[in-house]
Design a protein around this ligand. Sequence first.
Ligand SMILES: Cc1cc2nc3c(=O)[nH]c(=O)nc-3n(C[C@H](O)[C@H](O)[C@H](O)COP(=O)(O)OP(=O)(O)OC[C@H]3O[C@@H](n4cnc5c(N)ncnc54)[C@H](O)[C@@H]3O)c2cc1C
Length: 392
Amino acid sequence: MDSCDVLIVGGGPAGSSCAWKLRASGLDVAILDKRAFPRDKVCGGWITPAVLDELEIDSVEYARGRVFQPITGFRTSRMGGPEVETDYGSPISFGIRRCEFDDYLLKRCGARVFEEWPLASLERSGDDWIVNGQIKARLVVGAGGHFCPVARFMGANARAEIAVAAQEAEFEMNSAQRQACSIRGEIPELYFCSDMRGYGWCFRKQNFLNIGLGRLDEHALPKHVASFLEFLKSKGKIGFDLPSSILGHAYLLYGKTKRNPVGDGILLIGDAAGLAYSQSGEGIRPAIESGLLAAKTIVDAEGNYSRARTETYRTLLESRFGESGKDWATSIARYLPSRAISFLGRLVLTSRWFSRHVVLDRWFLHRNEPALRFESRAAFSQVLAGTAAASR
Ligand SMILES: Cc1cc2nc3c(=O)[nH]c(=O)nc-3n(C[C@H](O)[C@H](O)[C@H](O)COP(=O)(O)OP(=O)(O)OC[C@H]3O[C@@H](n4cnc5c(N)ncnc54)[C@H](O)[C@@H]3O)c2cc1C
């Protein structure tokens, strides 16, 4: 039987970030993933600078041979309404391809990686876990995304939860398609649905185009996606039919799940814990941050992985992401009829001030929340304290 200190199920951004931090502390870490890498993941592939900072990614080195699109602003609108362009004049985000980004993170994390190894069984043996009858681990981290089998083991029922449902297509444009695409790489476009329950996006990443739409209600998603694509063509944003199929996936927004992230000898991170930001649906940064916070909890626990000892992880998540379900936009939306929300959406999305300072700075870029860094205990506490204050 193989053995390790920590076994991570899932080699996406959450799992590889957690492993990277744990390896720096000298722990023996293994990652299982059901897929072979490089693998793709349904995603827009938009990341914020904090992600590079937190993972100490050298962007020049990363960009060598990989798609890395600096983004200096966004064009935002209520679909079909006037568009507001906000340009910050320097990069405030980046476009990456998940097949490249996730593979890069996994390869450099320093853990032993078992690819094409789906989690089949998880059994307790004293203080240890026996995984697939073959690997013994003191602690298991569930990083398997929305349908994570470790989250299911902890009682999560993904099919019964209210999730964001999103679809996207990503493809490399040929020269005719590049000519017929008016989207600029440095200014992606976001189009909010008229009922404000979701938005569509167009991201041009060098020669690649990523088009998608996500909504809080999944039942009419294909209809919304079809009319979004028609809209893009009618406005001359793209003058061709999508050459690749649209793929869908679901995930949970922070504050809208009852998933328990802490068990005896178990922690959940990333989409497995349901942590994506509620207004933008950005899930990569919370996945990475939760991986780093879980790693900190594990190192601080010094080998005692009882639930009582690792409960601090829950506190760290709340300090970082705010009290669950307490953001003001969600609270207001809960009390307003849908017509009023639609009217307000139309009004505020034409405002340059609102588009920049609320939609982009707060909801999409989280510019008031510094990157999570661990240089010293004091610096770390300061960042967490600052985040809690910013999210109130
Ligand atoms: C259409 C769409 C667009 C999005 N766009 C963006 C965006 O532009 N920016 C952004 O920040 N977020 C975006 N998100 C959200 C983002 O993709 C997720 O929040 C993020 O991938 C979560 O990372 P993770 O590591 O938790 O999970 P994942 O990236 O899902 O990784 C989970 C890993 O676990 C593995 N796994 C699953 N089951 C098992 C098993 N049984 N055994 C072993 N391994 C298993 C999988 O193969 C996978 O490699 C988008 C989501 C969707 C659906």
